[in-house]
Design a protein around this ligand. Structure first.
Ligand code: MRU
Length: 340
């Protein structure tokens, strides 16, 4: 299955909002299509957002009809702004935009810039895939035979357009022949765990149990969880981690039960410019995501709702951060600085 595929002047994606009921592929032909696919979460997960953004910017550049370099750059910056305006939390989105802007700025003429942007987008995708595989291999060393692992949200191929991060670690450990048990949280409100992680684990033939988010403490207390592994949307220079809402609660619970809590993410998710997790912009999404499940209302009309999509886990709750460049442990400032 190819989550995102560059077809040259078109981008093919799997529509994640239709899973697991239907496997629908769409061909997107403009950068505006890509921007709305990211905003509406047809493509989601920090690294996959980055890959889609790279292809979106390349598409946008190809669409520009300007004949002077300066006019091209003006229109290109607008493309980048529209892609940047889709979702605020994932670092990968902004890291990719910075890379693409640099490539454009270094280009001699319009044709050369367009070519360079397409190559850069393809490179970003393959580097992201490689990073997934490396961090998955490294992370699998932390997983013992017979481990029972709790994971949150969705961090597999759908979320990265590659091998996966937290789920990549689980997949690699499984491929090593380790016997594993996985607990996947449903991940309200959009149920990425129930819809997407369950779909991916089933396809990978990895034994798992789906639980609601509120059941995690119950299973930890019973001694049924050996470790927690989650992904990340943005990690600050001192190891504070923004990830899907509910991650912070799991980290505090894991800490209270003496269970290791791992964050698995490529270095493209690290925001070296931030030293406080609370500087990370937290996306707030529509109230309907809380009042409705797949279009069906579950709450009375007109109720007050607040829907932050991510939360911040302070580094003191994180046992280790697994990246493609190595496993980082506290003090995180030094470890993260060291991989720069
Ligand atoms: O809102 P989403 O579905 O894009 O959020 C995804 C997550 O929070 C993932 O855990 C994170 O992006 C890591 S993906 C490898």
């Amino acid at each position: 299955m190819k989550v995102i595929e560059w077809l040259g002047e078109r981008v093919r994606i799997i529509d994640q909002t239709r899973l697991p009921q239907k496997e629908v592929y769409l061909e997107l032909t403009s950068y505006q299509d890509i921007a709305s696919a990211i905003r509406e979460m047809l493509v989601r997960g920090a690294p996959a957002i980055g890959v889609a953004a790279a292809y979106g910017i390349a598409l946008g550049a190809l669409e520009i009809k300007a004949t002077s370099r300066s006019q091209f750059m003006k229109e290109f910056e607008k493309v980048a702004r529209i892609i940047a305006d889709t979702r605020p939390t994932a670092r990968n989105l902004f890291q990719v935009i910075e890379r693409m802007l640099k490539v454009a700025a270094a280009g001699k003429d319009i044709e050369q810039i367009k070519k360079a942007l397409v190559s850069e987008a393809i490179k970003i995708h393959s580097e992201s895939h490689e990073a997934d595989q490396k961090l998955s291999q490294l992370g699998a060393e932390l997983i013992g035979n017979g481990f029972s692992i709790l994971t949150h949200c969705n961090t597999g191929p759908l979320a990265t357009a590659g091998y996966g991060t937290a789920l990549g670690v689980i997949r690699w450990a499984n491929e090593q022949g380790k016997k594993l048990k996985v607990f996947a949280t449903e991940t309200r409100p959009l149920c990425q765990g129930a819809r997407l992680t369950a779909w991916e684990l089933k396809r990978a033939n990895i034994p798992f149990t789906l639980i609601t988010d509120s059941m995690a403490g119950y299973f930890m207390k019973r001694g049924e969880i050996d470790c927690v592994i989650v992904g990340a949307d943005r990690i600050t220079a001192n190891g504070y981690t923004a990830n899907k809402i509910g991650t912070y609660s799991l980290a505090v619970l894991a800490n209270a039960h003496g269970i290791p809590f791992y964050v698995a993410a490529p270095t493209s998710t690290i925001d070296f410019s931030l030293t406080s997790g609370y500087q990370i912009p937290i996306e707030e999404r529509s109230p309907e995501e809380v009042t409705h499940i797949q279009g069906v209302a579950i709450a009375p009309e007109g109720v007050n709702v607040i829907n932050p999509a991510f939360d911040i886990t302070p580094s003191q709750y994180i046992t280790a951060i697994i990246t493609e460049k190595g496993i980082i442990r506290a003090p995180y400032g030094e470890g993260i600085g060291g991989i720069l």
